[in-house]
Design a protein around this ligand. Sequence first.
Ligand SMILES: [Zn+2]
Length: 369
Amino acid sequence: MTPLDAYSPDYKTARVRFRSLIAERGWDAEAIPIDVPGYAPDDLTIDVARVGSPNAERLLVLTSGLHGAEGLFGSAVQLAWLASLPRHWEPPAGFAVLLIHALNPHGVAEVHRANEDNVDLNRNFLSEDEFARLRETTARDYGPFDGYLNPACSPSRIDWFPPLFLWMALRYGFGTLQRILPAGQYEFSKGIFHGGSALAQSTKIVMNEMPRWVGAARFVIHFDYHTGLGKFGDFKLLASDPAGSKQVNLARRLFGDLVVPDHETEGGYHNFGDMGEWLSRRFADLNYLYLCAEFGTYGSTRVIGTLRRDNQARHWTPPESPLRAMTRAEMLEVFVPSSHGWRWAVVQKSVRLIQSSLTLCAEWGNGDE
Ligand SMILES: [Zn+2]
């Protein structure tokens, strides 16, 4: 399979290919359904394969599609890595690999960032108290921008967001926009970056099942695949912990300058309810190293503008309108660019990183932990 062949045209095809690559090797998988009105029970599933001994001390975790529209890229990485393995490959003794395909299957299927309830899952890993507290603070911070970001009408054919965004940046400061907009908001349920008011189905599944999937592992490296931030075709490993923390020091030792500590992401924003932050806290007694593998596509004005248009279409455009197909195509281009150069490079880099991580994870902790 070449890196280009690893991309699937849609969610259903991606899932069939993931399942068959796992089955071909005689490995087990489970499919956890996500219940969405209008879909059959097994239409939308999170597919999970844990390969290797249940008692393995070392675990590599590869997750895709937390943001739906980015999912066909994450899926391509998983498929390309599986296809790259020698025929009778099994994880070395003491080692296991956990693959989670399409954490937000509705988002992957419909090419939306958010889930079936317009919840941005990477803003949703919170406690009840945190939801209540953030509802107040983000209503205040994000409130002034709601009207600009989430107009209650169908998108127009021409995208007026670039000049509008420029005007917003002049009025409020570009730094303020970059800090507040993507951080997550808990008040405007039809808005972009909405983190929800309670735990989403996918979030509950991760929270409930991860302890079982992690099993006896003591050393875990987790790559969660994302796109849309950074230089075209380039990638960074975004940590959920700040500079100087044990996690970041370790990540830097393993992956060098690829690692970006929390708060140092482009623009310096910190997002609430981050899956990685929750995992680091939940598994604080282990060495759980979560890294968001973030691959750049287009500039932030185009990315936010496209999310905005897609969200408008989702809420205010009839399903049969050609505008829906148009925004869907725009989303796909922004989060999984059609450029062969981009597609080839990002999958190739990802597979190499997984290969080197298997070695690093196997050596990590020997003699110094
Ligand atoms: Zn993402």
